[in-house]
Design a protein around this ligand. Structure first.
Ligand code: ADP
Ligand code: NI
Length: 217
């Protein structure tokens, strides 16, 4: 099977999986991550564009945040690639990378084991910053029934994935527990450049939000 046919089949399945998502993991997120990851990858010699593209398309199909259980992020991309006839080496590389993308807590070190996983992780993180990042955070918080803001409750820097997964708190907490930390955890120069204005936007948004909040209570 050609790469083009494989990519077409994967995109079709991904489209169906994310069609009704209202947590910020919709198809538009996946397509932005694909475009950003390929943009970063084209500036990096030695990486395999097919692995980058498949990983970008599949990185959220089994995300634990979608409620499919912890093992799903490892299992689903591989199951789909096998069903669509991908070669075993490709299946193994993409599946491994998909399991390495997600943020697992402020105190948990990122450990992408390949160049391709690092690039998709950077792309995924860029989409958690800027105006779209703000929109996605509140979409996720709303979908999970979280309050916007809980002043007086301190943010936590989670030291384990288990602690991060059961975290409570508000969407504003999430800015301190993840979003503002991302610019310091990017792997590529291209992503660091793209992150600068997006990070500044997060800071400006937070300052404005907190000032409006405290002015009227
Ligand atoms: P990751 O896999 O690194 O967590 P995703 O691509 O799955 O990243 O996207 C997570 C999105 O959901 C981000 O935009 C993030 O801001 C949002 N999100 C995740 N957890 C929370 C939370 N507890 N509160 C608010 N937003 C969240
Ligand atoms: Ni994602």
């Amino acid at each position: 099977m050609t790469s083009k046919t494989l990519l077409r089949k994967v995109l079709q399945a991904v489209r169906a999986q994310h069609a009704h998502d209202a947590t910020g993991h919709d198809l538009a997120h996946i397509l932005r991550v694909r475009a950003l990851a390929l943009h970063i990858a084209r500036q990096t010699p030695g990486c395999q564009l097919l692995v980058v593209e498949l990983c970008a398309l599949l990185h959220d199909v089994g995300d634990w945040k979608l409620g499919l259980g912890e093992a799903a992020s490892w299992r689903l991309p591989g199951e789909w690639l096998k069903r669509f006839g991908a070669e075993p080496w490709l299946m193994a590389r993409v599946t491994r990378a998909c399991g390495e993308i997600s943020f697992k807590g402020a105190g948990v070190k990122d450990a992408p084991s390949s160049l391709e996983a690092a690039m998709v992780q950077d792309a995924d993180r860029l989409d958690a910053l800027g105006a779209i990042g703000v929109g996605r955070a509140f979409a996720y918080g709303g979908a999970k029934g979280r309050p916007m803001h809980l002043p007086g409750v301190r943010p936590q820097l989670h030291q384990s994935f288990a602690a991060y997964q059961i975290k409570q708190g508000s969407t504003i907490h999430h800015f301190y527990e993840k979003l503002l930390l991302l610019k310091g955890r990017l792997h590529t120069r291209a992503a660091r450049e793209l992150a600068k204005p997006r990070h500044r936007f997060l800071e400006a948004f937070l300052a404005q939000f907190l000032s409006e909040w405290s002015a009227h209570v």
